[in-house]
Design a protein around this ligand. Structure first.
Ligand SMILES: N[C@H](CCC[C@H](N)C(=O)O)C(=O)O
Length: 278
């Protein structure tokens, strides 16, 4: 790593509604991110700190490709907010108002809105999603939330609970339990949502591999899909998250998610820091 980057490895720090990212632009060279690098950079005390790391790569048939890593070094198949943030950067780089990108989940489209926010089509919810009868599934002693959650795939797994008051949920206590529930062999992201109005949801999230985050784009999509399917809301909703507001519009061509994007600072991971990873 140090031989490859004798002057260090440049990165950008971005966030979307407080869901924060380190972004490494690896276009024009091979991918460099490893689980060890993600973990080290993700350490908020000894590294930079992030919820997800996104690595931009060349794509043969799209404007770019994106890979996602969680702070614990695990991979994520989708990350809506990082997709919006990186798309904003790429639209600026390419002088375009829209971009096409490929991710583990497939091909996505993002476009800039007139107010500076960015919208991404996160694709269709995965149709194997269903209500999950947790109570029948295993040890119920530690499962304290009422109701039956919905499992929704958005390129990554989500388990959505609808509760009367999302503010009252012990998100880290409950989230950590369901993240590793044996119904989810690849672990899961966990959302706790309450219906504020037929077009407005409050959502708090525990992310797989990252813990509590201020916003989760794919989680907001999954929550909106589950709410619409259960008849709790329409297909176009505002989702109030800890870090702001995400707008979801479940259309014929997929689930669109819009929200703010911010590039906060650029930096360089020093060669001596990288050397520690070898
Ligand atoms: N924050 C991301 C989701 C990261 C998902 C990740 N935690 C996982 O699936 O493991 C978002 O805006 O969609």
């Amino acid at each position: 790593m140090t031989e490859l980057f004798p002057h260090g490895l440049p990165f950008m720090k971005m966030h979307g509604a407080g869901n924060d990212f380190v972004v490494i632009d690896s276009r024009g060279r091979g991918a460099v991110v490893t689980a060890a690098l993600a973990q080290a950079v993700g350490d908020r005390n000894r590294g930079v700190g992030f919820d997800q790391l996104a690595e931009i790569r060349d794509a043969a048939d799209a404007d770019f490709a994106l890979d996602f890593w969680n702070a614990d070094g695990s991979r994520a198949g989708a990350c809506g907010n990082a997709t919006r943030c990186v798309s904003a950067y790429m639209m600026q780089q390419l002088a375009q108002d829209a971009v096409e990108l490929t991710t583990q989940r497939g091909r996505l489209t993002a476009r800039r809105l007139s107010d500076g926010r960015v919208a991404v089509n996160m694709g269709h919810p995965q149709r194997d999603w269903r209500d999950i009868p947790l109570a029948e599934a295993q040890d119920t002693t530690r499962l304290t939330l009422p109701g039956t959650p919905a499992a929704v795939g958005m390129g990554n797994p989500h388990c959505v609970f609808f509760v009367d008051d999302a503010e009252a949920v012990d998100v880290s206590g409950q989230g950590a339990i369901y993240e590793r529930h044996n119904l989810f062999p690849q672990r899961t992201n966990v959302e706790f949502a309450s219906v504020l109005a037929p077009d407005r949801l409050r959502m708090r999230v525990w992310e797989r591999g990252a813990g509590i985050t201020l916003a989760c784009g794919s989680g907001a999509c999954a929550t909106a899909v589950a709410a619409a399917e259960r008849g709790l809301t329409g297909r176009k909703v505002d989702v109030v998250v800890d870090g702001g507001l995400l707008q979801i519009d479940w259309r014929e061509d997929g689930v669109w998610m819009s929200g703010p994007v911010a590039r906060v600072f650029d930096g360089v991971l020093r060669p001596d820091f990288l050397a520690g990873l070898e």
